[in-house]
Design a protein around this ligand. Structure first.
Ligand SMILES: Cc1cc2nc3c(=O)[nH]c(=O)nc-3n(C[C@H](O)[C@H](O)[C@H](O)COP(=O)(O)OP(=O)(O)OC[C@H]3O[C@@H](n4cnc5c(N)ncnc54)[C@H](O)[C@@H]3O)c2cc1C
Length: 766
């Protein structure tokens, strides 16, 4: 008997039996979610010893000349056509010419290949389009985003039959069809697989002939673009009581294309998500008959809907919402820095107050970090990955960080951003934050269950292999596989325990790091935390087994650590890619210090709450031997980051690159003009200050400044007054509905009437 078989029979076998009881078992939907997509940089982080050369070798995300031309051409032109105030409060929809422009220029077909008449854009180009549009109009951005993310287009591309692709993709590309995707129903939100929407296989009449098909009944809600959609990508549970397709009674979740013109389909009513007016609404279907060839992928794909969905989400989740969030963060940093520079209180620009700088510093660094992570994620997707864990991290972290930055921006602008009206350039972002938090997997569940719960299984080098082996119906084969994976796992755990201990006790100075100059030390620290993370994960799995799934507070903290490791990797990569800009080092250092403090705080909380106390003590001794050493960015560093937003410079432009700037006399344009004039007039103001003169006229008379300089100061003051102005309205414009005199106000208040049918002007089909 060989040593391997002795080991397998004497040691692995009892462990195999024990593990079958303690390791988490997977439901079918969990397994399908875990099998969707692939692993990428997350697997390196889980290994405890990330290969930095691999990260630095990922080619940067770039645009082709054609993609760049689209951004400079149609995207710019579209931005100029958009007036978010008019869209939101007067029209309650995009104007017809904008709908037409979107369709004509194929904004709904960015992911559809050119062979089908689409634009065939890369993930990065798609992200850049959404990013720029988001800084102009969230209504337009969400409208363009939806047909390019999870929905009929994406599903047809990956799973459609040739005939379906040939018919539907050109129509979608030309804008002849407006798609939506219906998954969520009143009873099934986060637990979407529990839907009661049903399809029954039966015979029915289709275009005058009797065919095999499906009779559908559904009630979906919250569906974006549904009120104006011509085709719904519908998720439902398929049943075959008469066994027309085979032996199975319950076939499972299935996806089909349902034209909204069919008898029994009800669309048109609208929700008002956070008072935003992108098209969103419920739909019901009563005994709607479709032929079987409307199932996406045909009969071969019946019952495989969940897997298809998870696979489409694996990449898509990393593009749309992270792009919108990165845009919102850059926009908030840009405007808030400018506002803090022009707005004075107590005769000082508010940006000079430390408490304001605390917020500005955080905003600047967050803008740097989110865009770094967006670019890295797009680069990964463009190189063929579908990194489900990374994209879940991006979705959750980007939207959460946008929430923090939106709060900061509102607090710094104070009344200026609270008062709604055409001059308010921040209100829409602030109101929209909970939408991003909620959709594509609400953040609480994403943080605890997807990032870490599924992440631990799929990104871990051995766990999925072990779990698969444990569930193998062929016991002998299962045991052999388990034996291999288990001993590999054991070696991995010991190596990580040693690594984590050595790196923690030596402050990470001996951890491997690439020669990247000033950021080298940060790589070492990240390597130290990655080893600690991998070890703590193994200990949690060993001591908690399947119970870890229910310990959502613990897994949420593990999710936070993994997220920080990913985001900080992206920051280091961005710094390197952008030519190691010395001027950006404060931003890099701020992100690192903040992230390290979060990582240590989460380890601390994990150890404090770890059910097995001896293991917790051991881990603490190993990983945090000197307690919490990282306290976050210093005040000096925060001040340096804040300064970046307060003064025009190339590094400020790098942070806010490609946002759409204000035009005409709108609020954003007023702010940008005031910022420019205020900065230009600063030397004159300094001269006045040194001469103890507060009044421009007096200073001119005393010869401190000449006529032209006085004029420059007056122009700057006028620009500031215009920028800090807010809107007010005639009382009748916001009067109660009964007293409303103006048609605009009538439309506005009509919407609040319970069960009001939408007026044609706010829900017209196109
Ligand atoms: C504006 C908007 C647009 C949308 N567009 C679409 C669309 O086009 N198509 C579509 O199909 N759907 C769409 N949705 C639906 C969206 O995907 C759901 O809202 C989302 O899945 C959450 O469902 P829910 O709102 O019912 O929340 P619930 O599922 O009721 O969740 C409530 C809270 O409980 C938490 N939670 C749930 N389960 C757990 C758990 N196991 N552990 C910890 N926490 C948990 C959630 O994180 C959340 O915080 C849209 C929603 C909105 C608001």
């Amino acid at each position: 008997m060989s040593a391997t078989s002795l080991r397998r029979d004497l040691i692995s076998k009892p462990i195999f039996r024990w593990a079958q009881q303690v390791l988490p078992t997977l439901s079918d939907t969990e397994r399908e979610a875990i099998e969707a997509g692939d692993v990428w940089w997350d697997a390196d982080l889980f290994s405890g010893n990330p290969d930095w050369a691999k990260l630095l070798a990922v080619p940067p995300a770039t645009l082709s000349p054609e993609e760049q031309a689209f951004l400079d051409g149609p995207v710019d032109e579209l931005c100029r056509m958009l007036d978010e105030w008019r869209i939101s409060w007067e029209l309650r929809d995009l104007p017809p010419e904008v709908w037409d422009f979107l369709k004509r220029n194929k904004f709904f077909a960015m992911i559809i290949p050119k062979t089908y008449g689409g634009l065939g854009f890369s993930a990065y180009a798609h992200s850049e389009v959404i990013r720029k549009l988001s800084t102009r109009s969230l209504t337009a951005a969400v409208t363009a985003m939806v047909p390019n993310s999870l929905g009929p287009g994406e599903l047809l591309l990956h799973f459609g039959t040739k005939a379906q692709q040939d018919y539907w993709l050109p129509r979608l590309a030309e804008g002849k069809e407006i798609p939506c995707f219906g998954l969520t129903s009143p009873e099934a939100g986060s637990d979407a697989a529990s839907m009661t929407d049903s399809g029954v296989v039966c015979r029915g009449i289709w275009q005058g002939r009797e065919v095999l098909g499906i009779r559908l009944n559904w009630h979906k809600r919250y569906i974006t673009l549904c009120p104006i959609a011509t085709v719904i990508g519908l998720a439902f549970k398929l049943y075959d009581p008469d066994h027309l397709l085979g032996e199975r009674n319950e076939i499972g979740i299935t996806l089909a294309l349902v034209p909204t013109s069919l008898p029994g389909v009800d669309v048109g009513r609208r929700h008002l998500p956070a008072l935003m007016v992108f098209q969103n609404g419920p739909t019901t279907g009563r005994d709607v008959f479709i032929p079987l060839d409307h199932v996406i992928g045909g009969v071969a794909q019946v019952g495989k809907g969940w897997k298809m969905l998870m696979s489409a989400l694996a990449a898509g989740r990393g593009i749309s919402l992270p792009s919108l969030s990165a845009a919102g963060t850059a926009f908030a940093a840009h405007t808030t820095g400018a506002y803090a520079r022009i707005r004075e209180q107590f005769h000082v620009p508010i940006g000079r107050f430390e408490a304001i700088q605390e917020r500005l510093g955080r905003m600047a660094a967050t803008a740097y970090l989110l865009d770094a992570a967006r670019r890295l994620t797009c680069a990964g997707i463009d190189h063929g990955h579908k990194p489900a864990v990374v994209t879940a991290i991006m979705k959750e972290q980007a939207t959460e960080r946008l929430r923090m930055v939106a709060n900061d921006a509102m607090d710094v602008h104070a009344g200026k951003a609270v008062q709604e009206g055409p001059l308010n350039y921040l209100g829409g972002f602030y109101r929209s934050v909970p939408i991003g938090i909620t959709v594509e997997g609400a953040n609480i569940v994403t943080r605890s269950l997807i990032q870490f719960g599924q992440g631990a299984i799929r990104s871990h080098p051995y766990l999925l292999k072990e779990m698969t082996a444990l569930e193998d119906p062929d016991r002998a084969r299962g045991l052999a596989e388990f034996d291999r994976a288990f001993w590999g796992h054991l070696g991995h755990s010991f190596a990580n325990a040693f690594r984590a201990w050595w790196r923690a006790w030596t402050g990470g100075v001996f951890a491997p790091a690439p020669a990247t100059g000033r950021t080298r030390g940060f790589y070492k620290q990240l390597g130290r935390y990655a080893a600690a993370f991998a070890l703590a994960v193994d200990m949690a799995l060993l001591t908690l087994g399947g119970a870890l799934k229910r310990q959502e507070m613990l897994s949420g903290r593990f999710g936070d650590i993994l997220s920080e490791l990913y985001l900080l990797s992206a920051v280091l990569k961005r710094w390197d890619e952008e030519g190691r800009q010395r001027a950006d080092l404060p931003l890099v250092a701020w992100c690192m210090e903040d992230g390290f403090a979060t990582i240590e705080a989460r380890f601390d909380a994990i150890f404090a709450n770890f059910p097995s106390r001896p293991v917790a003590w051991f881990l603490r001794w190993l990983v945090l031997p000197f307690g919490l050493r990282r306290r976050g960015p210093s005040d000096r560093l925060t001040r340096a980051c804040a300064e970046i937003l307060l003064t025009p410079s190339a590094r400020r432009d790098r942070l806010t690159v490609d946002i759409f700037h204000g035009i005409g006399d709108e609020g954003l344009a007023r702010l940008e003009r005031a910022f420019e004039l205020t900065v230009a007039a600063q030397p004159l103001r300094d001269r006045l200050h040194e001469g103890h003169a507060r009044d421009v006229e007096k200073a001119r008379q005393e010869g401190l400044i000449n006529d032209a300089e006085a004029q420059q100061l007056r122009a700057a003051a006028a620009a500031v007054a215009a920028a800090v102005a807010v809107d007010d309205f005639a009382p009748e414009a916001i009067a109660p509905r009964q007293a409303a005199a103006e048609p605009v106000a009538a439309v506005k208040w009509n919407l609040f009437k319970r069960n009001a049918r939408p007026a044609a002007s706010i829900a017209g089909r196109r």
